[in-house]
Design a protein around this ligand. Structure first.
Ligand code: SF4
Ligand code: SF4
Length: 139
């Protein structure tokens, strides 16, 4: 009992052993895997991150240039960051913010221009030659 009283008095007059969050916050430590962030202007919409994600919480639409992540399904493993070929994915060294609803991280970028198919390129000169051959010779 005497031991408990000492502890109670210590806690009443001494420093708190916890912080008064959110008034007092603690800085995140180095290499902390915080909020996932995509520098969308660098993203090439290759879908590597979505393929590697173990919780399947990333969806990438190459056609319209959207990158969406569900932070409530994310397990913050960092595999998507390692898989990104252009290093546009990062994990911020900051605490995840408190949310009252299920919000998605949605980003809109510029979709890459579709490449011309090789078959079309190869067919064009052949078509030109065929058209020239059909033209009647000038007299
Ligand atoms: S950190 Fe892991 S779980 Fe979260 S989006 Fe990336 S690969 Fe998926
Ligand atoms: S891996 Fe990187 S470049 Fe590819 S879709 Fe994901 S964020 Fe974009």
């Amino acid at each position: 009992m005497a031991f408990m009283t000492t502890n109670v008095l210590k806690n009443l007059v001494g420093r708190y052993s916890t912080r008064l969050y959110p008034i007092t916050t603690r800085a995140a430590f180095d290499a902390y895997r915080g909020e996932l962030y995509n520098e969308i202007e660098k993203c090439i919409f290759c879908q590597n991150c979505a393929r590697k994600c173990p919780s399947q919480c990333i969806s990438v639409d190459k056609e319209i240039g959207t990158w969406v992540c569900d932070p409530f399904a994310c397990v913050y493993c960092g595999l998507c960051v390692e898989a990104c070929p252009v290093n546009c994915l990062h994990m911020k060294s900051a605490w995840r913010h408190v949310a009252t609803g299920r919000e998605m991280i949605e980003m809109q970028g510029t979709p890459p221009k579709p490449k011309k198919k090789k078959t079309e390129d190869a067919a064009a000169p052949a078509e030109d030659a065929e058209a020239k051959a059909k033209k009647p010779a000038k007299k």
